[in-house]
Design a protein around this ligand. Structure first.
Ligand code: HEM
Length: 121
């Protein structure tokens, strides 16, 4: 019994050592891209080129968001949001056109569509 115990303990530590060795020599994880989506500069001209229901980018609080895939889910008629495709939309987003801000949940959702930052012309 003692032999079985010693043997299984030895095998256990052998496996731990092997796993450690493999981790030590594993290739380094790939580098993050040099320009992350959050910092890629988008000029107003580039923004303006995405102004349709199928291809809708908006600039909000300095960030640029591709909300094309979200538009069908937005809880209003498309006509409410479409005028801001391809444009600076901070004010419209902040007020929902009636002076009420979007919820923190909407803010979180918005960040998932971020593709860059608004750059100088
Ligand atoms: C910039 C143009 C936009 C306008 C004018 C606008 C306007 C509105 C309006 C009128 C409502 C429904 C009424 C209300 O809840 O008070 C609403 C709700 C909502 N919108 Fe927008 N919206 C815009 C963009 C967006 C974007 C880009 C997102 C997210 C990606 C978004 C997410 C939501 C969500 C989640 C709701 C549900 C209520 C809430 O969480 O605040 N909207 N929006």
């Amino acid at each position: 019994m003692a032999t079985v115990y010693r043997l299984s303990t030895a095998i256990f530590w052998l496996l731990v050592a092997l796993a450690g060795g493999v981790a030590l020599f594993a290739p380094a994880p790939p580098e993050a891209p040099a320009v992350s989506p959050a910092t890629r500069g988008v000029t107003p001209a580039e923004l303006a080129a995405h102004a349709t229901e199928e291809d809708c980018w908006m600039a909000i609080r300095g960030g640029v968001y591709d909300v094309s895939a979200y538009l069908p889910e937005h809880p209003t008629r498309p006509q409410v949001v479409l005028p801001w495709c391809g444009r600076e939309a901070t004010e419209a987003y902040a007020t929902k056109l009636r002076g009420r801000p979007h919820s923190p949940e909407a803010d979180r959702l918005l960040e998932t569509w971020r593709i860059g930052s608004l750059a100088a012309p």
